[in-house]
Write a protein that binds this ligand. Sequence first.
Ligand code: GRG
Length: 306
Amino acid sequence: LQPDQEGFGFDDFKHYMASKAAAVNEALDRALPLRHPERLHESMRYSLLAGGKRVRPVLAIAACELVGGDEAAAAPVACAVELVHAMSLVHDDLPCMDDDALRRGRPANHVAFGVSTALLAGDALLALAFEHVARGCTGGGSVPAERALRAVAELGNAVGAEGLAAGQVVDLASEGAAVGLATLEYIHVHKTARLLEAAAVCGAIVGGGTDEEVESIRRYARCIGLLFQVVDDVLDVTRASEQLGKTAGKDLAADKATYPKLMGIDGARAYAAELVASAEAELDWFDANRAAPLRHLARFIAYRQN
Ligand code: GRG
C-alpha cells in the first residue's frame, strides 16, 4: 500500500479493524450466553466465537459511520451479519453440502457436536440474527423501527432463495459439470458477495444514509465481495507455482472452475484491478476521512498476499 493523502494510513486501518473486531467479539459473546440446553448453545458458541476476521461486521460499522451514524447504531446489524455468516459456515461444512471436516483449523461443527446438533445450531444462529436486529434496534436503541425493518428485509433477501441459498444450490449442482464464467460469477455473487453487500447496506441503512448513499455502498460492497474471490483464485495459482514439485494448490488440483482457469492469470489480475477501481470510485463522493477505512479495506483485499 502506498501512503495515502487522507491522513489515515495502513497502521490506522489495522488498528481500526482490530478495535472494531474486538468490540464485535464482546457483543457476540453477550448476545449468546451459555444456557440450557447447553449442548445446543455450546455448538452455536463454538462456531460463532472461534476466530474469524469479522470482515462483515466491520463493513457494517464502517458503512454506518460513513453516512454519519455511530458504532452503537450499527452494533445489532454487525452482530447479525456475523451470526448469519457463522450459520452459513456450519451448514456449508455438513456432509450433505461440502462435507468438510475442518473449519478454521479445528474440527467442523458437525464433527465436534454431531450432524443433528450442527444443523439445529445453524438454524438457531440464523433465527438469533433476526431476533437480534429486531430487539437491538427497537429496544430503546438509537435506530428508528422503520430502518430496522428495512435492514431485516435486506438481510432476509441476502440469505434466502435470492441470496446465499441460491448460490449454494447452483454451486452444488455445478459439481463435476463444465462451469462457464457466467455461472462462476453467479455462484460468487450469491454465496459470498451478497452477504458482504447486505452487511454494508444494513450498516448504511441503520446509520441513516440516503437512498443514493445506500446504493453506492451496495455497489462498493458487491465489488469487494467479487474481488475477494478473484484474488483468492489468483493466490491459489501463485501458491501452487511456489510449491512446484511439492503439492499443487487445491483449486488447481481439483476439477473446479476458477477465474484464472476461465480468464487466464493476467485476465484475472486485470479483473481484480477493475473491481478495486470500481469499488473505490463509489467512495469518491463521500467525505474522504470517513471513507478511508472502506478504501483501505478494498485495497487490503486486492493486495493481500495470503
Ligand atoms: C441455510 C438459508 C441457508 C443458507 C445457507 C450453506 C449455504 C447456504 C451457503 C454457503 C455460503 C458460504 C459458506 C460461502 C463462502 C463464504 C466465504 C468466502 C467464507 C470465508 O469468509 P471469511 O474469509 O471467513 O470472512 P472467516 O473465517 O474469516 O470468518
